[in-house]
Design a protein around this ligand. Structure first.
Ligand code: RM4
Ligand code: MN
Length: 385
């Protein structure tokens, strides 16, 4: 139990700045009260999530949504709030120029502009002290014959190589994949295999990030996790959950059992060790639920799945597996999943001087009432879809 608690204390979950702003579907963005008007206020909200959970000490930024004049000052502000800057997320999907792609665009001028943006993100890493760049490309084509699939891979490789060479000591990039949307016929980085192949070619500073919402229904995500970890290529997660496509719902809401299976492979592969460098990030858009408690709930869901994964009796499991005891092995696995870990996590929080239930503690704190009253006027942050 001491080992389990130590592992849980060492786990860090990163929240995304965009989860604190308004977001919605392509049909409607429902504005909420108290939503941040700038990156400084987003960080203040993220600091609340850390204050009540104790395990969310970093915040991912998204450029240009979090563009500021002075990034060092933003990082200082974060530190004063007790949090740090996590991954820098690039955005080459919201400019008119990118209609036919960003780094894979047939036009050299557009490719240059996209790559320059990625390089600018590395500058922001330098200024904020962030060690991780996250790359997601909406690039792809809608119709057979629209562009040369193979040439697009060449253009992608060329841009990635330029960004890779710009990375400094201790910096890395994570390449994200997604099977479809916004491109509907062929996406340029549609799956982990494509991302993995590019990363392997580039070297150790390039790793794959698994966004749990970016797979076809029925995909065995834990297999991908096991494989990438074994190869030293699992850079991290963008956690969220989905019922249909890229729903960006709260992680563990749709399928807590899947989250447990993923976390078991993480534990099994040594991915919880800080040296493994696996970033546990959330990538969610709370479009009907309140933002800060939505993030707190998500952090707790990951923590619960992690605790259950740590509870798997690995010795008993290995014994059953080596004896070919199918039902016995499955029972060991399910015993851990069916354990109520909430008392253990409440105890862990109390040991660290936190309230046992972050959800009620936040609700009682009056923070929401305060921001709802204070944040009037100005433009609420949103992801601008
Ligand atoms: C993309 C992808 C990226 C995230 C944006 C907001 O679908 O998941 O990780 O930065 O959305
Ligand atoms: Mn993502």
């Amino acid at each position: 139990m001491t080992d389990i608690k130590a592992a849980l204390r060492a786990q860090h979950i990163e929240t995304p700045s965009w989860a604190y702003g308004n977001s919605g579907t392509r049909f409607k963005v429902f504005a909420q009260k108290g939503v941040p008007r700038d990156p400084y206020e987003k960080l203040a909200d993220a600091a609340q999530v850390h204050a009540y959970t104790g395990i969310a000490p970093t915040v991912a930024l998204h450029i240009p949504w979090d563009k500021v004049d002075d990034y060092a000052d933003l990082a200082r502000h974060a530190r004063e709030l007790g949090v740090g800057i996590g991954a820098i997320n690039s955005n080459v999907f919201q400019d008119d120029d990118y209609m036919l792609g960003s780094v894979t665009n047939p036009a050299a001028r557009v490719r240059r502009k996209a790559t320059d943006h990625l390089l600018e993100c590395v500058d922001i890493m330098d200024a904020t002290g962030s060690d991780t760049l996250k790359l997601w490309f909406s690039d792809g084509i809608n119709y057979p014959g629209q562009d040369d699939i193979r040439a697009r891979q060449d253009r992608l490789a060329e841009s990635l190589a330029e960004v890779y060479d710009r990375l400094g000591e201790g910096q890395r990039f994570l390449l994200e994949y997604k099977l479809f949307e916004p491109a509907f016929y062929a996406t340029d980085v549609p799956d982990w295999g494509t991302a993995y192949a590019h990363c392997v070619k580039l070297g150790p500073k390039a790793q794959v990030v698994v966004d749990t919402g970016h797979h076809a229904p029925g995909t065995n995500i834990e297999f991908i996790v096991a494989f990438l970890l074994r190869e030293g290529k699992l850079g991290g997660f963008d956690f969220n959950s989905r019922f249909y496509a890229d729903d960006d719902l709260m992680v563990g809401a749709a399928d807590p059992f899947q989250l447990f299976r993923i976390m078991f492979e993480v534990v099994r592969g040594g991915g919880l060790d800080p040296e493994a460098g696996v970033a546990f990030m959330l990538d969610q858009c709370h479009n009907i639920e309140p933002k800060i408690p939505g993030q707190i709930r998500s952090v707790m869901n990951v923590q619960e799945a992690t605790a259950k994964a740590l509870l798997v009796d690995r010795e008993a499991l290995a014994a059953a597996q080596s004896e070919g005891d199918v039902l016995g092995a499955n029972a060991v696995f399910m015993d851990a999943y069916n354990t109520d870990v909430r008392p253990l996590l409440a105890e862990l929080r109390e040991e660290s001087g936190l309230a046992p239930d972050p959800m009620t503690a936040y609700a009682k704190s009056g923070y929401f009432e305060k921001i709802a009253a204070e944040r009037v006027g100005g433009n609420q942050a949103g992801w601008g879809a």
